[in-house]
Ligand binder design. Structure first.
Ligand SMILES: Nc1nc2c(ncn2[C@@H]2O[C@H](COP(=O)(O)OP(=O)(O)OP(=O)(O)O)[C@@H](O)[C@H]2O)c(=O)[nH]1
Ligand SMILES: [Mg+2]
Length: 453
C-alpha cells in the first residue's frame, strides 16, 4: 500500500497486461504536464494543451521515436483524481507500453500502487468511500442485475441518503448541544420526546437500507437453487444440462453424488448458484451417505429455490410439495424427469414439470418457471440497495444507537447521553462514506483494486 500522504506524480499502465490493439497509460499529479512536454511532440503544435482535448503526436525517448500516440488531457480539478491527468493511448505492444512507462518514470513520476488513482479521487472529494467500494463492485460484477446495482451505487444514490441522514442527526445534536451549553430549561422531557418523533423517520430509513442487504447480497452472489430428490433420479444430469458442461458425475449407480457441487448459472442477466446434491434417502447406515444427506438439508435451508426431482409418477407429489413448502418455506419446482421413458402419455402441466434431462426435453419450460419465480428478487422499483457487509454492519450499529435513544427517551434520558448516542450513530455513518476512516479500512479497500485504477 502507498503512503497515504504523498503528492508525488504517479503513473501506471491502465489496460490489462499483455498485447492489445492499444494500451493506455495514465499520469496523475502536478508534474503531468511537465513530463508530457518532455516526451511528447504533437503533430499540430498547439500553444497550450487544453483540458478535455485529444492530441495526436509522437513519443520520443531523447531523439528516438517510440510510437505515434493520442493523448487525453484532463486539467485539475476536472479529472478522475482531481489532479492534472494525462492519458496516453499507444499501440499495445509490450515493448511500447514498458518503454513509455519507463520514460514517464525517468522524467519524474513514480509507479502507482494498487488503487492509488482512486485513492486520490477519494482524497480530493471526487468519490466518497461508499462510491469507491461500489466501483470495486462494478469491476467485479458479472451479471446484469449486479452491474446495475453497482452502477446505481457508484452514481451516489445510497451515499446521498446516508449523507442526508447524517446531516439530520448532526442538526439535532447541534440543537441539543446548544441546550446543554445555554439553557437547562430548553431540554425539558417534552422537548426530548419531540426529538424522538424526529428520529423515527431516520430510523425507518436506516432500517430500509439494512433490510435491502438481503436482496443485495442475493443479487451479487446469486440466487441459490438446490436440486434435490431421491438417488438416481437424474439430478446430476439436469445440473450438467443447465450448465452445458459435464461438471457432475453421472452414472446409473445409485448414490453417485456424495458431496454437493455448486456452480454459477446465468439466466437472462440473473445470477444463480446451482447446487447438485447427494440423493435423499429415508434410511442409510453408510456414514458417507449420511454426511451427504446432512449437507443436502443444509443446502435446502440456504437455497431460495428448490428443484425437487423425481422419476416416477407419484400421486403424492402435491403432499411432498406442500411438505417442503411448509417445512422450509421455500419456492419449490416439482419436476418429473425421464419423461422419455414414460409409457403413458401425460398432459404437459405446470406441476410437476415433465422433462428429460438426458435428452433436453421440456427444459425451456423449466427455465421459464425459474425466471418467473425469480421475479420477486428483481429490484423492479429501483430501490436503493446495499451489498457490502461493512456498510451493513455500520448501518446496524447506527440503528442500534438510535434504538437505544428511543428506549431511554421514554423513561427519561440525560441530554448528555442523548448527544453521545447521536454522535456514535453518526460515527458509523461517517465510516461508511469515509468522512472518518482508519488506515486499516483504507488498506483493505484500496488494495483490492488493480494497479492503474
Ligand atoms: N432415460 C433417461 N435417463 C436419464 C435421464 N436423466 C438421467 N438419466 C439417467 O439416470 C441415471 C442417473 O442419473 P444421475 O444424473 O447420475 O442421477 P442423480 O440423481 O444425480 O443420482 P445420485 O447422484 O446417485 O443421487 C443415469 O444413468 C442417467 O443417464 C432422462 O431424462 N432419461
Ligand atoms: Mg448425482
Amino acid at each position: 500500500m502507498f503512503k497515504i500522504d504523498n503528492n508525488e506524480t504517479i503513473t501506471a499502465i491502465a489496460t490489462p497486461p499483455g498485447i492489445g490493439a492499444i494500451a493506455i497509460l495514465r499520469i496523475s499529479g502536478t508534474l503531468s504536464f511537465k513530463i508530457i512536454d518532455l516526451i511528447f511532440k504533437p503533430i499540430d503544435k498547439p500553444l497550450t494543451l487544453k483540458s478535455r482535448r485529444i492530441y495526436l503526436g509522437y513519443i520520443y525517448s531523447q531523439k528516438t521515436l517510440i510510437d505515434k500516440v493520442l493523448i487525453n488531457i484532463f486539467k485539475s480539478p476536472n479529472s478522475y483524481t482531481g489532479e492534472d491527468i494525462i492519458e496516453i493511448s499507444c499501440h499495445g505492444s509490450i515493448y511500447i507500453q514498458n518503454k513509455i512507462l519507463e520514460l514517464i518514470i525517468n522524467n519524474g513520476a513514480r509507479l502507482a500502487s494498487r488503487g492509488e488513482f482512486t485513492f486520490r479521487a477519494f482524497k480530493n472529494g471526487k468519490l466518497d468511500l461508499y462510491q469507491v467500494e461500489s466501483l470495486l463492485d462494478l469491476f467485479n460484477s458479472d451479471n446484469e442485475l449486479d452491474h446495475n446495482l453497482a452502477l446505481n451505487n457508484l452514481r451516489g444514490e445510497v451515499s446521498r441518503i446516508i449523507k442526508n441522514l447524517r446531516k439530520k442527526i448532526l442538526n439535532l445534536n447541534t440543537i441539543i448541544e446548544f441546550g446543554l451549553e445555554f439553557s437547562d430549561e430548553y431540554l425539558n422531557p417534552n422537548k426530548l420526546l419531540g426529538f424522538n418523533n424526529f428520529l423515527v423517520n431516520i430510523r425507518n430509513k436506516l432500517q430500509d437500507l439494512i433490510n435491502s442487504f438481503k436482496l443485495g447480497i442475493l443479487l451479487k452472489e446469486g440466487i441459490a437453487i438446490a436440486i434435490i430428490g431421491k438417488p438416481n433420479v437424474g439430478k446430476s444430469t439436469l445440473f450438467n444440462l443447465l450448465l452445458k458442461s459435464d461438471r457432475s458425475i453421472v452414472s446409473n449407480k445409485s448414490g453417485t453424488t456424495i458431496n454437493y457441487i455448486e456452480e454459477n448459472l446465468y439466466i437472462d442477466g440473473i445470477k444463480y448458484r446451482l447446487i447438485d446434491n447427494a440423493g435423499l434417502k429415508k434410511k442409510t447406515l453408510k456414514k458417507l451417505e449420511l454426511k451427504g444427506i446432512k449437507k443436502t438439508i443444509e443446502n435446502i435451508k440456504q437455497a431460495e429455490i428448490i428443484m425437487y426431482l423425481t422419476n416416477k409418477i407419484n400421486p403424492k407429489y402435491l403432499q411432498i410439495q406442500r411438505y417442503y413448502k411448509d417445512l422450509f418455506k421455500k419456492e419449490i419446482i416439482f419436476i418429473l424427469n425421464k419423461c422419455d421413458l414414460l409409457k403413458t402419455k401425460i398432459k404437459r402441466q405446470s406441476s410437476p414439470i415433465l422433462i428429460s434431462a438426458k435428452y433436453g426435453i421440456g427444459i425451456n419450460y423449466l427455465l421459464n418457471q425459474i425466471k418467473s419465480l425469480s421475479e420477486i428478487f428483481r429490484n423492479n422499483n429501483n430501490k436503493p440497495i446495499i451489498t457490502n457487509v461493512r456498510h451493513y454492519e455500520e448501518l446496524k450499529q447506527a440503528l442500534l444507537k438510535l434504538n437505544k435513544i428511543q428506549e431511554k427517551i421514554q423513561i427519561g434520558i440525560e441530554p448528555e447521553i442523548l448527544s453521545l448516542l447521536l454522535k456514535e450513530a453518526n460515527y458509523s455513518l461517517d465510516k461508511i462514506i469515509g468522512t472518518i476512516t482508519n488506515e486499516e479500512i483504507l488498506v483493505n479497500i484500496f488494495d483490492s483494486f488493480c494497479i492503474g485504477k
